[in-house]
Design a protein around this ligand. Structure first.
Ligand code: CTP
Ligand code: CA
Length: 249
């Protein structure tokens, strides 16, 4: 069969791309999740494949077909995504976290479907309020930053284990913001010790969830900021890899 992109600028590289949103179960039929179509991540995976990379796509549930020539790993929850990333991290050259990871998950998952609360006699709703207890999910990029610094991810999480990274790992994060885009993006780049952070303003109609175009700002570790025009997500994917390639050792 045809070998794609074997002479591309990512030839011989192993890259991990995460995509889609994680789903944190409440009961067998419901979940807590983030809005994400997966389009940006799938475009990043396809672009890297075409440029010669071995691509590991760790994807939450999305309505997109698995791309040809990409190693797919389907996950549902943030914990599963963390474990998948952890499994492949040691010999990866780059990790792009375009997934919308749910920050919290239900503390307990009900074994059976939760029923509406009703009073037996009348069948009327007994209460108008219902609440779910949530607990924080591990921050995948955050844990990775700590682990690379030789620190500890904290007691409540087992943490990402990176026995020995074979190569310098380039880390790229995404940030979808509704306000104070620049401030939030710069803080995230710092906090997660990223090489690049791609930020988009999801309050625009031509950018963000479900759209085929994106308007992004790219923040670099050295403080540089690029304001890219509205582009198809395929073009944004190419622009991101164009900036990752020179950083690869
Ligand atoms: N991310 C992650 N693990 C999480 C949450 C987010 O690795 N548990 C990654 C995302 O995939 C993204 C980047 O971190 O690449 C920024 O995600 P974002 O949700 O914007 O940042 P948070 O640190 O969760 O901050 P907040 O949701 O409060 O804005
Ligand atoms: Ca978040």
């Amino acid at each position: 069969h045809q070998v794609l992109g074997r002479h591309g600028d990512l030839a011989g590289r192993r890259v991990i791309v995460t995509a889609g949103g994680t789903q944190e179960p409440i009961d067998p039929v419901r979940y807590v999740g983030n809005r994400s179509s997966g389009k940006m991540g799938y475009n990043l995976a396809v672009e890297a494949r075409d440029r010669g990379a071995h691509v590991i796509l760790v994807s939450g549930p999305v309505a997109l077909p698995p791309p040809f020539g990409v190693e797919m790993h389907l996950v549902e929850t943030a914990m599963q995504m963390r474990d998948a990333v952890s499994d492949f991290i040691t010999d990866a050259d780059a990790l792009i976290m375009s997934a919308a990871v749910a920050d919290f998950r239900p503390t307990r998952v009900a074994e059976q479907k939760i029923k509406k609360l009703r009073t037996e006699a009348t069948g009327q709703h007994r209460e108008d309020e219902f609440s779910i207890d949530l607990v924080a999910n591990p921050d995948i990029l955050g844990e990775l930053a700590l682990a690379l610094k030789g620190g500890h991810a904290g007691e409540q999480h087992t943490g990402i284990s990176i026995p020995q990274l074979k190569r310098r790992l380039i880390r790229v994060g995404f940030a979808a913001e509704t306000e104070h885009l620049v401030e939030h993006a710069q803080a995230k780049l710092q906090r997660k010790q990223l090489d690049l952070l791609v930020a988009n303003d999801v309050s625009r109609t031509d950018s963000g969830f479900g759209t085929d175009t994106n308007k992004v700002l790219i923040f670099h570790a050295d403080g540089a900021m690029e304001d890219l025009p509205v582009m198809p997500k395929t073009g944004v994917a190419a622009a991101i890899w164009d900036r990752v390639v020179p950083l690869l050792g």
